[in-house]
Design a protein around this ligand. Structure first.
Ligand SMILES: NC(=O)c1ccc[n+]([C@@H]2O[C@H](COP(=O)([O-])OP(=O)(O)OC[C@H]3O[C@@H](n4cnc5c(N)ncnc54)[C@H](OP(=O)(O)O)[C@@H]3O)[C@@H](O)[C@H]2O)c1
Length: 245
């Protein structure tokens, strides 16, 4: 039986690269997102690349009523279910300063929406005793920075959630991988200009597959972000609060 990958946030640039990679292994892909026209195009591409099946399904992180149908669609494929979470949003910090109500959606898109979905999926994963969950966080979650600390807070929460989920499901044979990318050249970073150690969606996906094969728990991509964030986390708070990195 083929693997079935639920791709949450399937219209994301990184998700599309991930979808291409698993379609080429013959997996069934469940493409969950808000923009059905975009998902239809990705489904056609996945089928052309050899996916056993490619099913677009509505997913809005801010509307939990859309969640159960995604689980049901995955179960109906009969394959071993895995899930990769790419959903997230990053309003500019100054937009949030001007309109603090943007915090609610930012936290829902990157933390509470995906966490609630994964919590619904967890019993199925536990019962099958197999499969993987890939959760995309961010290096921004490792320390609250002046430029994007609401987004960072959402990603920090998601990383902590995934750590607990790993603890809960790891003992039942389910592998949970937390991915912490630095800047990636995608729709999310368009207009931000050149960023340090920028990478591509395809390179992130190649790193994800290597980390899955090695059953890694946490992946920094590019790898340089691991020592960089280790140092940034060690900076004492009295000094860090005066920095604008
Ligand atoms: N690009 C980077 O530098 C970078 C760095 C670290 C981490 N990340 C993380 O990587 C993941 C993928 O991002 P990306 O770089 O590929 O950017 P992207 O193309 O902008 O993808 C973001 C995705 O999240 C979806 N989304 C946002 N709010 C949603 C909601 N309420 N319901 C359903 N879907 C929603 C978007 O859907 P729509 O198409 O419908 O808007 C889009 O598919 C995100 O979690 C992001 O935080 C990115």
């Amino acid at each position: 039986m083929n693997d079935t990958w639920i791709i949450l946030g399937a219209s994301s640039t990184i998700a599309k690269a991930f979808t291409r990679s698993v379609a080429e292994t013959g997996a069934h892909v469940i493409l969950a997102g808000r923009r059905m026209d975009d998902l239809d195009a990705t489904a056609a591409d996945a089928s052309a690349r050899g996916a056993a099946g490619a099913t677009p399904v509505m997913f809005d992180a801010r509307d939990p009523a859309t969640f159960q149908q995604i689980v049901d669609t995955a179960v109906a494929t009969g394959g071993t279910v895995s899930c990769a979470v790419f959903v997230g949003s990053m309003p500019a910090q100054d937009a949030i300063d001007a309109d603090p109500s943007l915090i609610d959606g930012t936290i829902t898109d990157s933390l509470t929406g995906p966490a609630r979905f994964l919590q619904m999926l967890a019993p199925l994963m536990e019962a099958q005793g197999d499969g993987a969950i890939v959760g995309v966080g961010s290096v921004a979650g490792d320390r609250g920075r002046v430029g994007n600390y609401v987004y960072g807070a959402a990603k920090a929460g998601f990383a902590t959630y995934l750590s607990g989920l790993r603890n809960a499901l790891g003992r039942h044979g389910v592998h949970v991988l937390t991915v912490k990318p630095g800047p990636v050249d995608t729709a999310m970073t368009a207009g931000l200009g050149k960023q340090p150690f920028m990478t591509t969606a395809d390179a992130v996906v190649a790193d994800i597959h290597k980390a899955l094969a090695k059953k890694r728990n946490v992946l920094y991509t590019k790898l340089i972000w691991w020592p960089v964030m280790t140092i940034i986390k060690l900076i004492p708070e009295p000094i860090f609060k005066k920095m604008s990195i």
